[in-house]
Design a protein around this ligand. Structure first.
Ligand SMILES: Nc1nc2c(ncn2[C@@H]2O[C@H](COP(=O)(O)OP(=O)(O)O)[C@@H](O)[C@H]2O)c(=O)[nH]1
Ligand SMILES: [Mg+2]
Length: 239
C-alpha cells in the first residue's frame, strides 16, 4: 500500500462544534497522518477543542484573523512530511477522499479534489454560491491563462518535496484566493497538477465565513497574483 508520511493542514476559524469529530475521522481514515490546525484565535474555542485530541494534532494559534491564504501558507511551511493535504475544517471534505488524493500523488506533484469535473458534485453549495464558483473558475482560466476545472478547491494534496518551491515568497492573496494561488504557482513552476472528482458536502455546523466582501477581495487578489507572477519563478532554484 502507498502510505507516505502525511500532514493534514486544516485552516479554522470558529469551527469548535465540528472540529473534534473531523480530527477523529481524519486520524482514523489516514493512519499515518498527523494534523496541523491553523487557528486565527477563534473566539469559540476551536484551538482548545483541537488541542484536546491528542499528540497527533498540532495547533498553531495565530493572534487574530490573518486570513485563509496565510493560514494555508503557514500550514504548508509547518509540515515536513512526504505529503501534505489541505482541507476545510467544517466537514465539507470527506477524509476518505484524502486517500484518493494521496494516491494521485504517485504521478503528480499536486492533486486537486475537484467539484467541477465529471464525477464531482457540490451539494454543499447554494445556487448563488454555485454560480459564483463556476463563474469565478472561468474568469480565473481567462486571467491566468491556464485551465483548471476547480481553481478555488480548498481540498488538495501536495508532494512535500514541492512545498519549499511553492512557499518561497509570501502569498499575494489574503483570503479565499489563497488556494488558487498555490495551484497557479505550481503551474508556473512546471509542476504536475492532476484533478480528481470529489463531493463537496454541506458544512456540518455553523455557516460559511465567505462574505460578499471576501468575493470582491478575491477578485482584487486575482489580479495581484497575475501582476506578481514572475516573483515565483525568479525566486525558484528548483529546491
Ligand atoms: N485560519 C483561518 N481559517 C479560516 C479563515 N476563514 C475561513 N477559514 C477556514 O477555512 C475553511 C473554509 O471556510 P468556509 O467558511 O467553510 O468557506 P466555504 O467552504 O468556501 O464556504 C474553514 O475551515 C474555515 O474555518 C481565516 O481567516 N483564518
Ligand atoms: Mg466550507
Amino acid at each position: 500500500m502507498f502510505a507516505p508520511s502525511t500532514t493534514v493542514v486544516i485552516p479554522c476559524f470558529n469551527e469548535a462544534p465540528g472540529i473534534g469529530d473531523l480530527i477523529d475521522e481524519v486520524l482514523s481514515s489516514i493512519p499515518q497522518a498527523s494534523i496541523v490546525i491553523i487557528d486565527d484565535n477563534s473566539p469559540d474555542g476551536t484551538a482548545e477543542v483541537a488541542a484536546s485530541r491528542g499528540s497527533r494534532v498540532t495547533v498553531i494559534r495565530r493572534e487574530g484573523r490573518l486570513g485563509l491564504a496565510s493560514a494555508i501558507h503557514a500550514g504548508l511551511k509547518a509540515a515536513s512530511t512526504e505529503v501534505v493535504i489541505v482541507m476545510d475544517g467544517d466537514g465539507s471534505h470527506e477524509p476518505k477522499d484524502a486517500l484518493r488524493l494521496i494516491d494521485t500523488l504517485r504521478d503528480a506533484d499536486l492533486a486537486v479534489g475537484s467539484r467541477w469535473m465529471k464525477g464531482g458534485t457540490a451539494p454543499g453549495l447554494t445556487m448563488p454560491r454555485t454560480a459564483w464558483s463556476r463563474g469565478a473558475n472561468s474568469l480565473v482560466d481567462l486571467v491566468l491563462g491556464y485551465h483548471i476545472n476547480d481553481w478555488t478547491a480548498g481540498f488538495f494534496a501536495i508532494r512535500g518535496a514541492a512545498i519549499p518551491r511553492l512557499t518561497k515568497t509570501p502569498p499575494q492573496a489574503r483570503g479565499w484566493a489563497g488556494s488558487l494561488e498555490i495551484k497557479f504557482r505550481a503551474l508556473c513552476l512546471g509542476l504536475t497538477l492532476v484533478e480528481i472528482p470529489v463531493t463537496f458536502g454541506r458544512r456540518r455546523h455553523g455557516t460559511s465565513k465567505l462574505r460578499i466582501r471576501d468575493m470582491v477581495e478575491s477578485l482584487v487578489d486575482l489580479f495581484a497574483i497575475l501582476r506578481n507572477r514572475s516573483d515565483v519563478t525568479e525566486h525558484d532554484d528548483g529546491a
